[in-house]
Write a protein that binds this ligand. Structure first.
Ligand SMILES: NC(=O)C1=CN([C@@H]2O[C@H](COP(=O)(O)OP(=O)(O)OC[C@H]3O[C@@H](n4cnc5c(N)ncnc54)[C@H](OP(=O)(O)O)[C@@H]3O)[C@@H](O)[C@H]2O)C=CC1
Ligand SMILES: N[C@@H](CC=O)C(=O)O
Ligand code: NA
Length: 430
């Protein structure tokens, strides 16, 4: 069969990786598809930029050169951002071109519109790289686990912050230095606020929850906290107490509805996610038939992400060869109540700076007690600026009650500063 022509929108970290993978594995990919895949055009902003890859493709700066080229059957959007990426994908789908993307911003926010455009044009819209980088997770959820009712999805879904937390924990690296390293390695988003602020993970868990629970979960439904407040002190106290700090993305479907959240958490050192380090991601999925499953691999970076994008391109190319399309589209059928984070429960770690005088501990314990927050343990180790640093671990308590207790504490003259309040996940504090 004649070659299948494709175009890439973007030739940065991921685009470069896709060109390399298609080139390196051209022979086996051709055998798998039954036709060669050829990158005909690549859209960039700056055609004069030096790139880390050689290609015979034509470099273009106008999307119209791709949109109006009837030979191009597949468009891989690897630019990032919402605009113009969404408009280009929509135009390509409406023009009858298949679309593959790594763009979680657009999938999380405009997925429905893109699915509808794909369905009416009878083309594919695939986005495996948008969550978990190189880890297969979208396809397993949509296909391999389709027989299950999914009750829980939990994991580490941002490579940049996991890399940062690992280096801060194991090598005591400075936050800004390690962020710069993650950027240099091509892991971070063009605006890394999305990574460190938790929004990238929030988009990813919104996508996974929507697919897993068959209900539309948007970014606004996800309670989001990033790692910007995590200090070396918190990391050290975690270690002392037998925990590590990880940025977790959690989606649960129970008899109250759906709850979706992203926040740093203390995880027991013995928990499997505690051993997921550097740029690696891991995602647990619990289904009623299969039980627990775990997906693990590199969550960001040139070649791992290219692996997922290229697999989508191969899938589409096979569909083109067999004259089928849009076999698995939007799976959000259910209207399900989303309940807020305040209704969730867990133990908490709390670090406070308090005045160093008699009766302070009793007053603090009283403020917690008034909100039904029971304290499991208190560590009092060091003096900071004439104050005493207190580290408290609570028993399991509702988020609402912790908030109420913290509000009371903030108003107490003996409390100089709240250092941090971090959830404890997957631990029995008893
Ligand atoms: N990096 C990673 O590890 C992962 C990234 N992703 C996602 O993949 C996508 C791409 O990420 P990444 O490769 O890191 O991004 P980069 O910033 O490295 O590359 C972006 C590319 O898009 C081009 N581009 C951006 N805006 C425009 C525009 N308006 N018109 C034409 N070209 C444009 C840039 O052109 P020029 O080179 O001329 O500036 C560049 O080639 C994003 O959606 C990201 O979230 C997903 C998983 C992992
Ligand atoms: N910035 C993202 C890239 C992959 O999605 C991350 O660090 O995980
Ligand atoms: Na993936």
């Amino acid at each position: 069969m004649s070659a299948i022509s494709i175009a890439l929108l973007g030739c940065g970290t991921v685009g470069t990786g896709v060109i390399k993978v298609l080139e390196k594995n051209a022979h086996s990919i051709e055998k798998k598809v039954g036709a060669p895949i050829v990158v005909k055009k690549v859209l960039v902003r700056n055609p004069d930029k030096l790139r880390n890859v050689a290609t015979n493709a034509t470099i273009v700066t106008s999307f119209d050169e791709i949109l109006n080229d009837p030979e191009i059957k597949i468009v891989a959007e690897l630019m990032g951002g919402e605009t113009p990426a969404k408009d280009y994908m929509l135009a390509a789908l409406k023009a009858g071109k298949h679309v593959v993307t790594a763009n979680k911003d657009v999938v999380a926010k405009h997925g429905r519109e893109l699915f509808e455009a794909a369905e009416s044009s009878h083309v594919d819209f695939l986005f495996e790289a948008s969550v978990g980088g190189g880890i297969p997770i979208i396809r397993p959820l949509k296909q391999c686990l389709a027989a299950n009712q999914i009750s829980e999805i939990m994991g580490i879904v941002n490579g940049t912050t996991n890399y940062m937390l690992t280096k801060m924990t194991n090598e005591h690296m400075d936050y800004n230095d390690v962020l710069a390293e993650a950027q240099a390695k091509g892991y971070a988003e063009s605006d890394p606020t999305a990574d460190v602020g938790g929004f990238d993970a929030a988009r990813k868990i919104a996508i996974l929850a929507s697919i897993g629970f068959g209900a539309r979960v948007t970014l606004d439904d996800v309670y989001t906290e990033g790692i910007t407040n995590i200090t070396i002190e918190d990391i050290e106290y975690a270690r002392e107490l037998g925990f590590v700090i990880k940025l977790l993305a959690i989606a649960k479907h129970d008899d109250r509805g759906i709850n979706v959240r992203v926040h740093p958490a203390f995880l027991p050192c013995t928990h499997p996610l505690a051993a997921v380090n550097d740029v690696f991601n891991a995602i647990f999925v619990k289904g009623d038939a299969v039980g627990e499953t775990m997906f693990y691999g590199r969550g960001a970076g040139e070649l791992p992400t290219a692996s997922a994008v290229t697999a989508d391109i191969i899938d589409v190319a096979r569909d083109i060869r067999h004259n089928v399309s849009s076999r698995i589209l939007c799976t959000c059928f259910e209207q399900t109540h989303i309940y807020p984070v305040t209704k969730t429960e867990s133990p908490y770690y709390i670090r406070l700076l308090v005045e160093d005088k008699p009766g302070v501990l009793a007053a603090i314990a009283g403020a917690f007690g008034a909100q039904q927050v029971s304290l499991h343990s208190v560590i009092q180790k060091r003096k900071v600026e004439h104050c005493t640093e207190l580290v408290l671990l609570t028993y399991r308590v509702s988020n609402e009650n912790i908030r109420l207790a913290m509000n009371t504490l903030l108003g107490m003259s003996v409390v100089s500063k709240v250092g941090n309040v971090i959830r404890v996940e997957a631990a029995q504090i008893s």
